[in-house]
Design a protein around this ligand. Structure first.
Ligand code: LLP
Length: 467
């Protein structure tokens, strides 16, 4: 009787148990360059090193869980957008990740910044971003926020409703100010992404519908207002998008609207903002377009569509968030428990519990987002097991990584790093189960800097002012 190679038969078995896209890596210790900040490597001791700093050192000095951004990688991605979209204005979407230092990096790299709330405006300004380079978004901006934006001289406000136009006019009259405005429209494009992050189809809260005529009416209303200087149209079709087709349709529809506006008023709109949404690689299944290629595709589409409508090429802008900060960041956790759970089909799954979870990364629970991870403090020659990385929260859905291969000898005390965690993790963190939020750290040239300190239980206790 011939025996299969033991490792081989185990490999075949575990591979079948995972999702189709998940392939058994030849070497579990290898780090796929598409997923990690540029230059990420393992040192002689097998530890993952980012920005010149070993993650084990970060864990020792700053604790876990922690979010670590590679400053140079963030800056390089910001520059890639600035250089590739050369005659565009690039607004970094601060909702993805923001702190004063992050705002300063964005400013130093020559980008503008998209903010959505008073809090984001305050942080951006405190980071030194000139108000003129801010674009103010949101579907329910308060009068107080609008006043503040006008007083500070925020570059433009992206209006989202007729009530907001009323509010802007009132604030402008009160302050003797003029607002620079773009009208956010819904183009009816269904981007191929999760329902909650696809924003341009009709039945959702953002923007004014082109189809329903509200977009044109809002443009005309802004044009005729003495307090408002209408700049143009804004469209954001969704997030984590890999194809340009949805953008192409959005460009065509927004330009058609610009053409209708020209016919109605004789005025050619100066500006078109196409929003953000450029996808990144979270797992081996994702293959995003290089930024330069994306820019070329956008430029071609625009030239073609402008010619078709007989319009001058407008001033253009985009608002990438995730594509700048996402791949630059990792989450770092310590393993607390490991247990095998028998499955119905006779297989077993290894549950690896870490010291964070859905309070610092809600994306898997909210969008069924997929991540990958790697053992960060050492390499291992052990066989792979199909693992599920889960958090410490009191909830079955507290899953960080649904399916990933990890070495069989993974044990309490090991460190796990999750790439692609720079966007919408720390910025969407909560205190569920009264868990303090992890710190945001930046690594560069061998140094670690704290951008947002770890919350403490004292911080939480101080908020609790009841008797
Ligand atoms: N511009 C506007 C008007 C937006 O609403 C957004 C994202 C962006 C730009 C930036 O999109 P990005 O390039 O980062 O995809 N929290 C979700 C995504 C929701 C994004 C909301 N708006 C997530 O975790 O995937």
């Amino acid at each position: 009787m011939t025996h299969a190679h033991i490792a081989g038969s185990i490999h075949a078995d575990v591979a079948k148990a995972g999702p189709q896209w998940l392939t058994l890596p030849e070497d579990l210790n290898q780090l796929r360059s598409e997923l990690w900040p540029a230059g990420t490597e393992r040192d002689a001791q097998g530890r993952i090193v980012i920005g010149g700093v070993a993650l084990s050192q970060v864990a020792a000095s700053h604790g876990t869980p922690a979010y670590l951004i590679d400053e140079q990688d963030f800056r390089a991605r910001a520059r890639a957008f600035r250089d590739s979209f050369a005659d565009w204005r690039v607004y970094y979407a601060g909702k993805a990740l923001l702190s004063r230092t992050v705002a300063r990096w964005v400013m130093e790299e020559g980008l503008c910044l998209d903010v959505t709330t008073m809090g984001e405006m305050r942080i951006a300004l405190a980071g030194g971003m000139p108000a003129a380079r801010l674009g103010f978004h949101g579907n329910n901006k308060s009068l107080e926020e609008i006043r503040f934006a006008l007083e500070q001289g925020v570059g433009r406000i992206i209006v989202d409703s007729f009530h907001e136009i009323d509010r802007i006019e009132a604030a402008c009259q009160e302050l003797g100010a003029t607002a620079q405005v773009l009208v956010r429209v819904t183009t009816g494009v269904e981007a191929h992404t999760h329902e909650y992050i696809a924003t341009a189809h009709e039945d959702q809260k953002f923007g004014l519908s082109i189809l329903g005529g509200h977009a044109l009416a809002a443009l005309v209303r802004c044009q005729s207002s003495s307090s408002i200087q209408l700049r143009g149209i804004h469209s954001h079709i969704g997030s984590q998008i890999f194809e340009t087709h949805g953008f192409e349709v959005a460009i065509r529809r927004t330009l058609r609207l610009a053409e209708q506006f020209r016919v109605a008023t004789g005025v050619e709109l100066a500006e078109l903002d196409l929003g953000g949404g450029f996808g990144i690689a979270y797992t081996e299944a994702d293959s995003p377009m290089p930024t330069a290629e994306l820019a070329r595709a956008f430029d071609e589409i625009l030239d073609h569509e402008c010619r078709a409508f007989g319009l001058r090429r407008p001033e253009l802008s985009i608002e990438p968030g995730r594509a700048i900060c996402g791949p630059a960041g990792v989450a770092l956790y310590e393993v607390g428990t490991v247990k095998a759970v028998e499955l119905e089909n006779g297989r077993s799954r290894t549950y690896v519990s870490v010291d964070g979870g859905m309070s610092d990364n809600i994306r898997p629970a909210l969008y069924a987002a997929e991540y990958s991870c790697a053992l960060a403090n050492r390499t291992s020659d052990a066989d792979p097991v199909l693992a599920r990385v889960v958090g410490k929260h009191c909830e079955g859905g507290d899953i960080l990584i649904r399916d990933v291969f990890l070495p069989r000898d993974i044990a309490p005390g090991d460190l796990i790093a999750v790439p692609g965690s720079g966007a919408y993790c720390r910025s969407m963190a909560s205190n569920y189960n009264q868990v303090p939020k992890p710190p945001l750290l930046a690594a560069s040239q061998g140094q670690v800097q704290t951008l947002l300190r770890r919350e403490t239980l004292e911080d939480l206790m101080r908020l609790d002012v009841g008797e």
